[in-house]
Write a protein that binds this ligand. Structure first.
Ligand code: AMP
Ligand code: ZN
Length: 464
């Protein structure tokens, strides 16, 4: 298996530190709002990487954090007049709901920054002892000049960078590139006591600490969006390697952006669509399929047209899977014919082609086109095919889709908008005293797991 390592700038053979095991750390979201579909891209991409590694028999320890202390969280807590923890807990819950809806497996561990403060303080102390960090007026900085490899991941010209930020730099820093490990408390902000006074950690230190605690000093794969390469991941390397004296991560994987009108989708630019919003228009499985239809290192432009084409493509796969399952119900238990055996050989070759695509730096776009080849073969299946033959097709399609996180069993799920339209229709029927129709709608919704409640404020509904 080969994967592109940002550190070397090349595709490399994947050899984990411990045979058969993979320790993988993926930087997670800062939780101050609903996640948008740009944030969903790394979640979907690296969940797929994990699923493929598991399919290959690796035991994957997948760690992904929630950044639950941050300026934006604090800002929102001030706006709403509630504690910061209430904001972060709310959006961790919502994020987990979205992840589940996108069929993203929960991480082995989802550590939270606020629960790891002691370990962060210990790592900062070690960095100070080793001469890699210094304190000025309650702020602790990392001494970038002390760390030889600084810049090796992002390959930035450090002198140019230094020149660029010289004007804005505060007097305290020894070097413009030095970054904050610990900052002093400001009035009204959450704070923890430390050897340098009350305060809170800088952003980068949490990932160094959590990955060490839950995986070890050397990770197999460290991943995230490409905007994290500098400074976040560069700083993580500096902190971890200075503290542990060993390689921080063997492989670095970064996904390209999800764009909208060729611009990065981001909260700050305001050009974003939340997973929640998009989930009202499309089944989220369609969004997942859309994301994987491009290679993870290629930028992907979001457009209604592309999503529609993903929806149609996915439909073709699901229909083929359904047809095979239907045929299986009445399939004869007999030996496969010579022709069927030949088709099964083709199927085996296509599975190998799928694996080859995934093993070439997780080329999900090519893997999906192999699934379409299998679908074509499945659609050409003759009536009365042998059970063993159909079972092989059914399990292959299911398994190869499962790696992509696509569930082939069709669920007749209603979208929020469809439910609301039906409720409205039921209200109209009741007004016209067409009770048979209104009962029919209620029963139909109930069958699909939607429960209605008539209240004084109108009809409320919930999923059972
Ligand atoms: P944030 O909450 O901004 O720290 O982002 C969480 C994760 O989403 C990081 O890995 C980011 O790199 C990633 N990310 C944010 N915006 C996008 C985007 N438009 N496309 C792809 N990845 C993104
Ligand atoms: Zn991180």
């Amino acid at each position: 298996m080969r994967l592109y390592n940002t550190l070397s700038g090349e595709k490399e053979e994947f050899i984990p530190v411990h045979e058969g095991k993979v320790g993988m750390y993926v930087c997670g979201p800062t939780v101050y709002n609903y996640i948008h579909i740009g944030n969903a891209r790394p979640m979907i991409v690296f969940d797929t990487v994990r699923r493929y590694l598991e399919y290959k028999g690796y035991e994957v320890n997948y760690v992904s954090n929630f950044t639950d202390v941050d300026d934006k969280i604090i800002q929102k807590s001030i706006e709403e007049g509630v504690p910061a923890s209430e904001i972060s807990e709310r959006y961790i819950r919502e994020c987990k709901t979205d992840m589940e809806a996108m069929n993203i497996k929960p991480a082995t561990v989802h550590p939270k920054a606020t629960e790891e403060i002691d370990a962060m303080i210990r790592m900062i102390e070690t960095l100070i002892e080793k001469g890699y960090a210094y304190e000025k007026n309650g702020t602790v900085y990392f001494r970038t000049r002390q760390f030889d490899g600084y810049g090796k991941l992002s390959k930035k010209n450090l002198d140019e960078l230094r020149a660029g930020i010289r004007i804005a730099v505060s007097e305290e820093k020894e070097d413009p590139l030095d970054f904050v490990l610990w900052k002093p408390k400001k009035e009204g902000e959450p704070a923890w006591s430390s050897p340098w006074g009350d305060g809170r950690p800088g952003w980068h230190i949490e990932c160094s600490v959590m990955s060490k605690k839950y995986i070890g000093d050397t990770l197999d794969i460290h991943a995230g969006g490409e905007d994290l390469v500098f400074p976040h991941h560069e700083n993580e390397i500096a902190q971890s390697e200075a503290c542990n004296g060993t390689t921080f991560s063997k492989y670095w994987m970064h996904n390209a952006f999800l764009n909208i009108d060729k611009k990065k989708m981001s909260k700050s630019a305001g050009n974003f669509l939340t997973v929640r919003e998009i989930g009202e228009k499309y089944p989220l499985q369609v969004i997942r399929f859309f994301m994987l239809s491009a290679h993870y290192r290629s930028p992907l432009n979001f457009s209604g047209e592309l999503v529609e084409s993903a929806r149609a493509g996915l439909e073709r796969i699901l229909t083929a899977a359904e047809n095979v399952r239907e045929q299986l119900k009445k399939a004869p238990d007999r030996e496969c014919s010579a022709e069927e055996r030949e088709q099964l050989e083709r199927l085996g070759a296509l599975r190998a082609k799928y694996e080859a695509a995934m093993e070439d730096d997780f080329n999900t776009a090519d893997a999906i086109s192999v699934v379409f080849e299998i679908v074509r073969l499945a659609n050409a299946t003759a009536e009365g095919s042998a059970r063993a033959y159909l079972e092989e097709f059914s399990s292959t399609i299911t398994q190869l889709c499962d790696i992509l996180g696509i569930v082939t069993e069709k669920k007749e799920e209603l979208l929020d908008a469809e439910i609301e339209a039906l409720i409205e229709e039921r209200q109209q029927a009741r007004k016209r005293k067409e009770y048979a129709r209104s009962d029919e709608i209620r029963d139909m919704l109930k069958e699909k797991g939607i429960l209605l409640e008539d209240t004084r404020e109108g009809v409320k509904w919930k999923r059972a």
